[in-house]
Design a binder for this molecule. Structure first.
Ligand SMILES: Nc1ncnc2c1ncn2[C@@H]1O[C@H](COP(=O)(O)OP(=O)(O)OP(=O)(O)O)[C@@H](O)[C@H]1O
Ligand SMILES: Cc1ncc(C[n+]2csc(CCOP(=O)(O)O)c2C)c(N)n1
Ligand SMILES: [Mg+2]
Length: 365
């Protein structure tokens, strides 16, 4: 292990930037006072950060996946504007005693996701610059840059009554994964306490092993590093009247479209059934099959259990699916599903009933 404090800033920089490859459009890359890039089109820029204990915890930390998550949440924002990304600025604050290998894993995670986006969208997305600082808590702050043709940006304000509402990718997986991660932490603590007071009838250890089951592991993976379906966006871009990436929850982000466009968004629960089915393994893990004494706090009926998963679908963020509105005359393109329609009015509804907004907010409201 080599700590950053043993290397110094310029050594650290040359180690991490050794993994980067400039794109053909980069005139001046990392290493000068600022980057210079040759562009055509209007500049699209967005910033998003990951802060330890607010957006992830050290207990779940896998540096490579943290890099993927940080890049993905920024690239999804560029794509949701109908733009093509061309570069990232990566600002990092990490503890002095971080292992250089961990920081390299973070960078290769960022670069892997940037290159996945590049191959899906037919562009190059190098790191063009950034900043490095020392801090007790880990902070990964990325600025993503892209371009869009004049007049072609997809904003939140273009939805019109009569449009269909379409979703690309998933919603709810990362939120279910978050609850599984918290449950796993709790099980680990219980397993530790059982070392001193072993209980032969305990199911704690076997339940901990169960979180490695593929149907749960993929939900946990969605929380640790969702990988948006970037390629779905250009298939919808020419038709979309509005678009957003779902980072804070479908109810919150779709309401942003409704508010910005001055319309009502009517969701249809039947169109969300498959997304609910997808999350039922997490409900079963968290609440058991209803026969165990430990499951007393579980939602009782089958309908209440589906309701629990529907909450994740409606209010869970961080999968970075895309929601678009578009004229209803054509079926949705590949990778998109219709989930409702835009009508005159305001706010949100589910099967005709008012739907309150209850997504994620950093300041608790
Ligand atoms: N500190 C800030 N200074 C200036 N503008 C900000 C600041 N924080 C947020 N904004 C702007 O407010 C808007 C909402 O920010 P937010 O981070 O919620 O973006 P989002 O796209 O809605 O969500 P996400 O980034 O999770 O996809 C964005 O347009 C963003 O640029
Ligand atoms: C430890 C821990 N606690 C809570 C959460 C949940 N969470 C954090 S940010 C966010 C939405 C997007 O934020 P932004 O709008 O900043 O992009 C959500 C749902 C988490 N992932 N990890
Ligand atoms: Mg967004």
């Amino acid at each position: 292990m080599t700590r950053l404090s043993e290397l110094g800033e310029s050594h650290v920089l040359s180690r991490i930037l050794g993994h980067n490859r400039d794109g053909a459009h980069v005139i001046v890359g990392p290493g000068d006072d600022a980057a210079v890039t040759a562009l055509s089109g209007n500049l699209v820029s967005t910033a998003d950060m990951l802060v330890e204990n607010e957006d992830f915890t050290r207990d779940w930390l896998d540096w490579h996946r943290l890099g993927i998550k940080a890049a993905a949440q920024n690239l999804a924002d560029v794509c949701a504007m109908g733009a093509v990304p061309h570069g990232l600025l990566v600002s990092l604050a990490v503890p002095d005693d971080t292992d250089i290998a961990d920081l390299e894993a973070l960078f290769t995670g960022i670069l892997a996701e940037a290159s996945r986006a590049g191959s899906e969208l037919g562009c190059e997305v190098p790191i063009v610059g950034g900043d490095l600082s020392s801090s007790g808590l880990i902070v990964v702050a990325i600025t993503a840059l892209g371009t869009v043709g004049p007049g072609a940006a997809l904003t939140r304000s273009g939805a019109r009554p009569g449009d269909a509402i379409h979703l690309a990718g998933t919603v709810g997986r990362a939120a279910a994964g978050l609850d599984l991660l918290f449950a796993r932490d709790e099980l680990r603590e219980r397993a530790l306490s059982e070392i001193t007071a072993p209980d032969p009838a305990s199911t704690v250890r076997s339940r901990l092993t169960d979180t490695g089951e593929p149907e749960l592991a993929r939900l946990i993976a969605a929380q640790l590093a969702a990988q948006p379906d970037y390629a779905a966006v250009p298939r919808m871009a020419g038709r979309a009247s509005a678009m957003i990436d779902v980072s804070d929850g479908l109810s919150t982000d779709l309401r942003r479209i409704a508010d910005a466009s001055g319309v009502h968004a009517a969701l249809e629960s039947a169109a969300l059934d498959e997304l609910v089915d997808d999350l039922m393994p997490a409900v079963r893990f968290l609440f058991g099959d209803g026969t165990d004494a430990e499951d007393r706090a579980a939602p009782g009926s089958a309908a209440a259990r589906r309701e629990f998963a529907l909450e994740w679908v409606l209010n869970g963020g961080e999968d970075h699916g895309f929601v678009a509105t578009a004229a209803p005359d054509l079926p949705p393109p590949v990778g998109w599903r219709r989930i409702g329609e835009v009508t005159a009015g305001s706010g949100l509804s589910l099967d005709g009933d008012d739907l309150p907004t209850s997504g994620f907010s950093h300041f608790g409201k």
